[in-house]
Design a protein around this ligand. Structure first.
Ligand SMILES: [Zn+2]
Ligand SMILES: [Zn+2]
Ligand SMILES: [Zn+2]
Ligand SMILES: [Zn+2]
Ligand SMILES: [Zn+2]
Ligand SMILES: [Zn+2]
Length: 267
């Protein structure tokens, strides 16, 4: 963790004119085609669909605008696709240069210093200290205007706001969570940095709640198995029993494999 992020209680909050200009999103045009090093075989096109996707760069969710491979459905956030190789003077870590990495580093589990979630893919890392952040978090500023509140919000550590007393409740998720917090002290309005990301990555504006990873896997598996059983049921009724039974056996095998994999991931 880097101490430069902490805003001391006594120090005056930085006043800068509120701006929606995000530090690391260059302007692009819908329909624009790019080639990206992470998916060199096909071009990616900037499109906008109101559906949830998982960015293959940072492994986080997104919705709406994205760079998509129209051939195989590979998706990247716009800010991941267009991330510069390095950042100087970033408002959230201005002391040192930040370098873009496409893979998570080393043996240690890396965590983003802004949203406190693990960094599983693309990330900016400091070349001089252990500071690290997601590309999405790098689009955020110390002071920002969000659609959910009429005043600009200032990013602080929970320690700086409440002296470590984490009783503040975020207006978006209504929960207590770790990580940095955007706040309007005048109104007592709080927004987790991790929840602020959903206002940037398109989830909030498209009415999508970030799925809990494990629940989503479970739900997807359930839907898939129901659909498969439906198809297999139809096959058993329609065609000879031998084929249906063979399919059932195959399906049974793949399902138990899936469960084993999931158990393994928990360890
Ligand atoms: Zn991404
Ligand atoms: Zn492709
Ligand atoms: Zn982050
Ligand atoms: Zn640093
Ligand atoms: Zn929240
Ligand atoms: Zn306010």
């Amino acid at each position: 963790m880097c101490c430069s992020l902490a805003v001391r209680k006594s120090s005056k909050l930085i006043t800068r004119s509120p701006s929606m200009d995000l530090p690391t999103i260059p302007q692009t045009n819908p329909g624009e085609e790019i080639f990206h090093f992470s998916h060199p075989q096909h071009p990616l096109v900037q499109v906008s669909y109101p559906y949830l996707f998982t960015c293959m760069g940072c492994k986080e969710y997104g919705a709406g605008k994205r760079f998509r491979c129209q051939i195989c459905g590979f998706d990247l956030h716009d800010f991941c696709a267009l991330a510069p190789p390095s950042l100087q003077n970033h408002p959230l870590h201005h002391k040192h240069q930040l370098v873009f990495y496409s893979k998570p580093g080393g043996f240690l589990r890396s965590k983003c210093d802004i949203c406190n979630k693990s960094a599983k893919g693309f990330a900016f890392r400091c070349s001089s200290c252990s500071f690290e952040m997601h590309p999405c978090c790098a689009t955020m500023s110390r002071e920002m205007k969000f659609l959910t509140h009429q005043h600009p919000l200032t990013l602080s550590s929970p320690m700086a706001i409440m002296g470590g007393d984490s009783s503040l409740v975020c207006e978006v998720c209504q929960r207590k969570r770790s990580g940095h917090v955007y706040c309007c002290m005048a109104c007592g309005y709080f927004l987790h940095a991790v929840c602020a990301k959903d206002l940037i990555n398109g989830l909030h504006v498209h009415g999508i709640r970030p799925p809990e990873k494990s629940n989503m896997l479970g739900a997807a598996a359930k839907v898939a198995s129901q659909a498969l059983f439906g198809i297999i049921g139809g096959l058993i009724e329609g065609i000879g029993e031998g084929i249906g039974e063979a399919l059932m056996d195959n399906f049974g095998n793949s399902r138990s494999r899936g469960i084993r994999n999931r158990d393994w991931q928990k360890c």
